[in-house]
Design a protein around this ligand. Structure first.
Ligand code: DX5
Ligand code: ZN
Length: 214
């Protein structure tokens, strides 16, 4: 299992020590949650922080943009050192153009679906994506309860990927811990995002290891 710890739950007053912990761990990527207070009812952190994080780690940055019209920031996100630029289906009027712009900027395009958005909405774009993120909570906050219905969506997405021959991998974000992680692993997820389960654990490195071996 690919593990992408979300620094939304890190200690922002000691961000460098939390990133150094991730560097020592088996984490594959670093998940950066950008919120604008418009698309979601919360504001997290923006581009200067991502740029600072990129200087502290060699791990790929997986940037999840919970903002309206993310197309405006493709080059800015690239200049922050992002590997994945992940945009919400619900926030992009011209999703195909945005995905092409992300690829042209040299990043790997990913699209996120909110819990109420059906997997079928991606059927005409799935072949252009490197990753699909299924939200298993409503985006905006860490430490929420996993929505069980997400398991069914993973299976539907897996079927869409195999029938279309897409190379997209399946990422799950929200309420992931060892228990829910097992459910999503069994359903076919390739990657889990975990915030509070990692940074709230007594031993975050061991927690990452447990998720990696799901
Ligand atoms: C929620 C964010 C998540 C969040 C997950 O809107 O997209 O990445 O950090 O937090 P946990 O793992 O605590 O549910
Ligand atoms: Zn996220």
């Amino acid at each position: 299992m690919i593990v992408s710890p979300s620094i939304l739950s890190a200690d922002f007053a000691n961000l460098s020590s939390d990133i150094e912990m991730l560097n020592r761990s088996n984490a594959d990527w670093v998940h950066c949650d950008v919120m604008d207070g418009v698309f979601v009812p919360n504001i997290s952190f923006g581009f200067p922080i991502i740029k600072a994080v990129s200087k502290l780690t060699d791990k790929p940055l997986d940037v999840h943009l919970m903002i309206v019209d993310p197309d405006r920031y493709v080059n800015v996100v690239r200049d922050c050192g992002a590997t994945f630029m992940n945009v919400h289906y619900e926030a992009c009027t011209h999703l195909h153009r945005t995905v092409q712009n992300i690829r042209a900027a040299g990043m790997r395009p990913a699209v996120t679906l909110n819990p109420a958005t059906p997997v079928a909405m991606l059927s005409d774009i799935i072949g252009d994506l490197d990753m699909v993120l299924l939200m298993s909570v409503n985006p905006g906050f860490g430490n929420q309860k996993f929505i069980e219905h997400s398991v069914k969506k993973i299976k539907e997405l897996k079927a869409l990927i195999s029938t279309t021959g897409s190379k997209a991998i399946i990422q799950i974000d929200g309420g992931i811990n060892r228990t829910t992680g097992k459910l999503v692993a069994e359903a076919g997820a390739d990657c889990v995002v975990a915030g509070s389960a990692v940074f709230g654990a007594p031993d975050p490195i061991a927690e990452i290891e447990a998720l990696a071996s799901l």
